[in-house]
Design a protein around this ligand. Structure first.
Ligand code: PEP
Length: 247
């Protein structure tokens, strides 16, 4: 399995930010891991052009579950593919919170991504209150059962475990807490999709930075990272790519 370093630029970035792509590829032209950036949708086409022929893949942060139609302001997986996207993040906790996205909606989006021939990165994670009340595995189990697309394969699905309280806060779970959830997820995936589960990348996300990346990547069943803030600067994301390549 090739590990995956994925960056989520969220609502950050303009055409000028594409200078980071040149810097990233200059320092890491052929990393041992896969490398993906998910900029705002407006930058997908330009970033894809900038990354053409390189090791960098470009993805989107969300999509509509339908392939086309009267949905003003939305983007389908096919439209994103046409712009150059190879992956789509679905079910990020910010979308679950800001837009009330349910597991059922997340699954329908993930199915649309896979139907369009792209890779779905399905995000799940517990809130701080859920962790404090000992519900982490129950919450994660319900989310994975409800969110992953039917017939998912190792090639079409990536799972990102992102504790909501760790996103953008500088706080992370302990390494043993990350290990517990990732090993639980591998087992749950086996129950859902059988032997395909062994090849599904399970990413950790939540305040990954150059200073903590190597220790997180040494945790069993951590197959890469989904990185928010630290993906905006080529130097930081590149250091995370290097740590994953060495893991
Ligand atoms: C994220 O939003 O997916 C994320 C992990 O953010 P950060 O790395 O900034 O915590």
């Amino acid at each position: 399995m090739k590990k995956l370093a994925a960056g989520n630029w969220k609502m950050n970035g303009t055409l000028a930010s594409l200078a980071e792509v040149g810097a990233l590829l200059g320092d890491h032209p052929k990393p041992a891991c896969e490398m993906l950036l998910c900029p705002p949708a407006t930058l997908i086409a330009a970033m894809s052009t900038a990354a053409r022929g390189s090791a960098l893949m470009v993805g989107a942060q969300d999509c509509h579950p339908k392939p086309q139609g009267a949905h003003t302001g939305d983007l389908s997986a096919a439209i994103l593919r046409d712009a150059g996207a190879t992956h789509v993040i679905v079910g990020h906790s910010e979308r679950r919170t800001d837009h009330g996205e349910t597991d059922a909606l997340v699954r329908s989006k993930a199915e649309a991504v896979v139907d369009a021939g792209l890779v779905a990165i399905v995000c799940i994670g517990e809130t701080e209150a859920q962790r404090d009340s000992g519900k982490t595995l129950a919450v994660i189990g319900t989310q994975i059962d409800g969110s992953i697309p039917g017939g998912a394969t190792a090639a079409s699905l990536v799972v990102a475990y992102e504790p909501v309280w760790a996103i953008g806060t500088g706080r992370t779970p302990t390494l043993s807490e990350i290990a517990e959830v990732h090993s639980f997820l591998r087992g749950r995936l086996r129950g859902l999709i059988g032997s395909e589960a062994e090849g599904v990348r399970i990413l950790y996300g939540g305040s990954v930075k150059p200073s903590n990346a190597a220790e997180i990547f040494a945790v069993p069943h951590v197959d890469g990272a989904l990185v928010g803030g630290a993906s905006l600067k080529a130097a930081d994301f590149g250091a995370i790519v290097a740590a994953l390549s060495a893991a």
